[in-house]
Design a protein around this ligand. Sequence first.
Ligand code: ADP
Ligand code: 5GP
Length: 191
Amino acid sequence: MEKKSNKKLYVISGSSGVGKGTVLKGFMAKHPDFMLSISCTTRKPREGEIDGVNYFFVNKEDFMKSVEEDKFLEWAEFAGNCYGTKKKFIQQCLNDGMNVILEIETNGALQVKKKMPEAVLIFIAPPSLEALEQRLRGRHTEDEETIQRRLHEVKKELECAKKYDYRVINDDLENAISELEKIIAGEQEKC
Ligand code: ADP
Ligand code: 5GP
């Protein structure tokens, strides 16, 4: 994808339950000028999730139609559901001079890096695998089968993380948010 402005694309990944959403919420509260991309997914909404706010919730048929029509910058299957980032929205935001953040899994992140090498990849890591599992279970949003599917992805994700530009350990939440802020501020200075 052609990039016409000096604004940056930041890609945040991390295993399910590591706290990406929580860290990003903290970051976005302090930096409302950044645009957090809204993905499409075939996953069913969790309690409290709103269509067009958390995700665009679509059925598999519509999702695959968008794939065929090459509408995604990246897409991937994760733990039994499809997730994708619409190209048009990201291009529009960058052209409009916004810094954009994608919160996506590792296969999609590496697709983005291939197409847009200037994208900055940041991996959020847990302080330990035990803490990760505790957080995922403690969130009470997934059934046991889904938890197992998500934990099954962790090894692959940690392997992909080696290809990322930065790593932030989400041990203390405030430290993780300020670490993310420092990384992004450093990258913004390079613009
Ligand atoms: P993800 O978006 O990576 O799947 P969430 O942001 O939903 O993860 O966080 C999973 C759970 O972990 C939530 O209950 C959240 O409150 C908790 N959590 C997030 N960060 C921390 C942290 N630094 N320490 C302890 N618990 C955390
Ligand atoms: P969840 O179902 O917990 O919301 O998300 C599951 C995983 O899908 C997370 O790792 C999340 O970052 C990732 N994800 C969310 N949106 C996208 C997307 O547009 N593309 C890709 N590749 N992954 C996504």
